[in-house]
Each structure stands twice: as structure tokens, then as C-alpha cells.
Design a protein around this ligand. Structure first.
Ligand code: ADP
Length: 490
């Protein structure tokens, strides 16, 4: 069985968030279970690839909106990441640095829609040229969600009309909404145009869900929320209900070859659940580098500075929390909306009055090394997400003995089990209501436990002993693929 994943990110080649982590790991674990898996993605101008590992497999031309575009398809050798990656190079839309946003402005590329459309057309052209012959396409997010419509509706692709199609929704907030006129220009006529539309606009995610053979999302909890809660489904709840018969939640995993405190080359010192003093060395080294006191509790936030990550709650909560807890330090690592950068800067300035300014470190950058070092050094990871499809940060945190304090939504509810001091079970702290008060109560509970070292170590070990490896989830995907692929091609 040959599976081709179609996605905009794949770590470490190009990563903005969890989507990149998933594509960097899942195909490797599928291959290990005997399911040939490869990734098809754009070759961005700043992609982390070694040109020496690439082979040119095909080149050709594509007509798009009245223009002829030249493309090349490169294959990164399978030994580099554990699976082959096909990088689609097309200079007009992809030679520049940046995945979704222009790094110079921090804003979405003005031709973002064209980038997604042309990428999908690129894949279709490659299929038609018979360069790649998958038994199933696994499409990720709205960036690839129009492919099912073209394959099923355009007579030009009738040879692929029965190719099984799986769409994974990594985040329902991002839907790919465009003026309807674009579909008239680049699309194909369909019997029920309203299935492609939401509020009169072309909606790529909705279309993908309706046309794909199966829909998955990245945790069972989020799958339920999408069908039950308007605020989670970002307007598409009815569509999620409509596809419920072919939809399931499969929890993301983590790649222990990248995320393991015993072997992580980015750490100051390795450690395990049995040698937690090594974690202390990481804390000392990192606190020294950041000018913080290593003998005091260290709370971190890592993630995209976006509304869905609850940055407004983070700011409001920290404003109350830091002055009241003169011994706690907080590090925020993230990039995102300029208004959130500004809100955090303003918070820091306000803290001057409380002598707390030096205990809040802000790093507005994407820094993978620092992220690894923070997971290793910190005591508590704060994750006040408003919406969280799966969340990987809390899984990394637990693996590194850092205790998560999370808003109980989506994958966070599925993966962080509340600490019970009586039975000494559980892996973290959850808060139910999305308010500063609830968040601070959970943080205070965590700090109280932190001050009881024996209990805290037990809590850390509980988290470190969980198995979040991709193996289990890969098996669930394989069962899904098998249910869709005709027996003759398995
Ligand atoms: P999402 O996919 O919604 O962004 P996840 O929790 O699933 O959230 O995944 C986030 C991933 O991105 C994690 O690997 C996290 O460590 C990483 N990450 C996010 N922001 C940064 C940053 N500024 N620097 C380094 N890594 C980051």
C-alpha cells in the first residue's frame, strides 16, 4: 500500500506548528509498519533541505490563471527523514522565504490563495503525468482540501476518480475562504455548488470534508467538540455533523527520536525519570543564560501567539499572577500577531511597578533549540488554549518532566489527567472555565504541589512514563487506510 501525504509543512524541512511535527513523524512510523509513505510539499525558498540529498525526478509545465508555470519535482532520499519527501519547486509562488507569511512583515502573503491553489494543481499534474502512483492520498488541512473536488468532478481526472482520499483537519479555524469568483476561474462545475460554499464564499475545508472518503481530526475530544460546539467548529458545526459517519479523531503522537530527554542533543544535560537531577542541570544552565533565578519555579509558554492559543488570557492572567508570586519566573517563546507581541510588551512594562519585570522573559522568535531547552528546564508549562485540536506542547512537556497546566479543551482534555494527591495519579492540572481566575487557581494548585518535592517528583514521573509514541496512532491510520483501499492494491 502506497500512501502519499499532501501537506504544506513537514518538520524539519518547513514547520510552523504541530502540522509540521505530524508530517515529520507519522510517515516514518507508517513505513516501519510496512506501509510505504511519502510526503508531497512545496519547496519553499527557506526550506531546510540539503541540496545534495535531492534528486530531480520530473519537470514540466502547468497552466494557471492564464500563466504558464514551470515546475520541478525533487525527491529527498528516504534515509534523511525515514521516508521520501517530494518537494515541488515552482519559482513564481514558492521561491521566496516563508510558509504562510512573509517573514519581513509577519503578515499573510497577499497571493496566499494562489499559493494553495497552484500547489494542489501541481499535485494533480504530477498524478496525471504518472510520476507518483499512490494507492491513497492523505490530504492535510485546507491547503490540500480542494483536491478531492477536482479528482471527483473533473473528467480530466477520471482515471483517478476512485483513488481513496483521506482529509485530516488539524485545525478547523483555518478553512481557506475565498471569493466565489475564483472557483469559477480555476474550478470545475459541480451539481451542488452550495457544498463548496459557506456564507457565499468558496470554503476549501468544507469542500474537502464533503468530497473526501474519510475525515479525521487529531484527537477524539476535538472530533466531538467540532460536532457539538459552534465556537470550536468556527461556523462549520453542521458540516462536521454531516460528515460524522465518516469522521474519527486519532490522537497525534510524538517522535521519541526527536523528543526524548535521555538522548536530545539540544539539551545541556541528558536525564530520565530515574535521573531527574539532570533536569535540574538544564534549569540552572538555561536560567543562567536568561538571567533568571534557578532555585525558583519556572513557568513557560511556547506556541503561536494567536487568539486560539488564549494569548489574551495569558496576558490578563500573568498581569495578576506575577506581582502576587514574587518567586516565580515566566518565559514566553512565540511569534504571531503583532498586537499580541505588543500586549506582552506592555505587560512587561507594567510589571516594572511591581519589581516583576525581570521575572518575565519574552522571546518573539521561532527557536527550536530554545524550545527543547525550555521543555527540559521548566517546572510548569502553561497552555491556556481557547481551542486545542490535539496540542503537542503538553506531550513534549510531560515527556520532559514538565508539568502541564492546561485549559480543558480538545486534545488537552484527552491527554492531561488531573493530579490527585491522594492516589498520586494524574499528570497535570486542568481548568474548566476560560477565565484568569480559573487559570490562576490551577497554577496555584500546581505551585502548592511543587513545594512538596516528593509529590512533585511523582507527578513528573507519571508524565514521563506515558507513552505518546506515534506507534499506536499509526496503527489507527493503517486500519483506516485498509478500510478504504480495494483489496487488490493492498
Ligand atoms: P499548533 O500546531 O496549533 O501550533 P501544537 O502544540 O500542536 O500547536 O504544536 C506546536 C509545535 O510548534 C511544537 O512543536 C512547539 O514546540 C512548536 N513551536 C511553536 N512555537 C514555537 C517557537 N516560537 N519556537 C519554537 N518552537 C515552537
Amino acid at each position: 500500500m502506497d500512501i502519499l501525504h499532501v501537506a504544506f509543512e513537514c518538520a524539519p524541512i518547513a514547520k510552523v506548528g504541530g502540522l509540521g511535527d505530524v508530517l515529520g513523524a507519522l510517515p516514518k512510523f507508517l513505513n516501519r509498519r510496512g506501509v510505504n509513505s511519502a510526503v508531497f510539499m512545496p519547496r519553499f525558498g527557506d526550506a531546510h533541505v540539503d541540496p545534495a540529498s535531492l534528486t530531480l525526478v520530473h519537470e514540466g509545465r502547468l497552466r494557471y490563471r492564464g500563466r504558464v508555470l514551470h515546475y520541478r519535482l525533487w525527491q529527498q532520499a528516504a534515509h534523511v527523514l525515514g521516508f521520501p519527501v517530494y518537494l515541488w519547486e515552482e519559482p513564481v509562488h514558492f521561491e521566496r522565504p516563508g510558509i504562510y507569511q512573509d517573514p519581513a512583515t509577519g503578515r499573510d502573503f497577499p497571493d496566499q490563495g494562489d499559493r494553495f491553489f497552484v500547489f494542489q494543481q501541481g499535485l494533480l499534474t504530477i498524478l496525471k503525468a504518472q510520476v507518483l502512483k499512490p494507492d491513497l492520498l492523505h490530504l492535510h488541512d485546507h491547503h490540500a482540501a480542494l483536491i478531492p473536488v477536482w479528482l471527483r468532478e473533473d473528467p480530466a481526472y477520471q482515471d483517478w476518480a476512485t483513488l481513496p482520499l483521506v482529509l485530516t483537519v488539524h485545525n478547523a479555524e483555518h478553512q481557506g475562504r475565498y471569493d466565489w469568483s475564483i472557483w469559477k476561474e480555476i474550478g470545475v462545475p459541480v451539481a451542488r455548488p452550495e457544498d463548496l460554499q459557506h456564507h457565499g464564499q468558496l470554503n476549501a475545508l468544507k469542500a474537502g470534508m464533503l468530497w473526501a472518503d474519510a475525515v479525521t481530526t487529531v484527537s477524539p475530544g476535538y472530533a466531538r467538540e467540532l460536532q457539538e460546539r459552534d465556537d470550536m467548529a468556527a461556523g462549520l458545526r453542521e458540516v462536521f455533523q454531516r460528515v460524522a459517519f465518516k469522521m474519527r479523531g486519532i490522537l497525534n503522537g510524538i517522535d521519541p527520536e526527536v523528543w526524548n530527554p535521555a538522548t536530545d542533543p539540544l539539551l545541556f544535560a541528558p536525564y530520565t525519570a530515574e535521573t531527574l537531577e539532570g533536569k535540574q542541570q538544564n534549569k540552572q544552565a538555561l536560567c543562567r543564560a536568561l538571567g533568571l533565578d534557578p532555585t525558583q519555579p519556572l513557568v513557560i509558554f511556547i506556541g503561536r501567539l494567536m487568539r486560539e492559543k488564549g494569548i489574551d488570557l495569558l496576558v490578563r492572567g500573568l498581569e495578576r499572577f506575577l506581582p502576587r508570586h514574587p518567586d516565580v519566573s515566566v518565559v514566553v517563546l512565540g511569534t504571531g500577531l503583532p498586537e499580541y507581541h505588543a500586549a506582552l510588551e506592555t505587560l512587561k512594562q507594567r510589571l516594572e511597578n511591581f519589581d516583576a519585570v525581570h521575572r518575565l522573559v519574552l522571546r518573539f522568535e521561532f527557536n527550536n533549540t530554545l524550545a527543547h531547552q525550555l521543555y527540559a528546564a521548566a517546572d510548569i508549562l502553561l497552555m491556556p488554549s481557547r481551542v486545542e485540536p490535539c496540542g503537542l506542547n503538553q506531550l513534549y512537556a510531560m515527556t520532559y518532566g514538565t508539568v502541564p497546566v492546561v485549559h480543558a479543551v480538545g486534545g488537552l482534555r484527552d491527554t492531561v489527567m488531573p493530579w490527585n494527591p491522594h492516589t498520586q495519579t494524574g499528570t497535570g492540572f486542568r481548568f474548566e472555565s476560560f477565565t484568569p481566575k480559573a487559570m490562576l487557581q490551577a497554577l496555584q494548585q500546581a505551585l502548592l504541589t511543587y513545594r512538596q518535592p516528593k509529590l512533585w517528583q511523582q507527578l513528573q514521573r507519571n508524565g514521563m512514563q506515558q507513552d505518546w509514541s506515534w506507534d499506536r496512532s499509526a496503527q489507527e491510520y493503517i486500519a483506516l487506510y485498509q478500510s478504504l483501499i480495494p483489496v487488490t492494491s493492498k
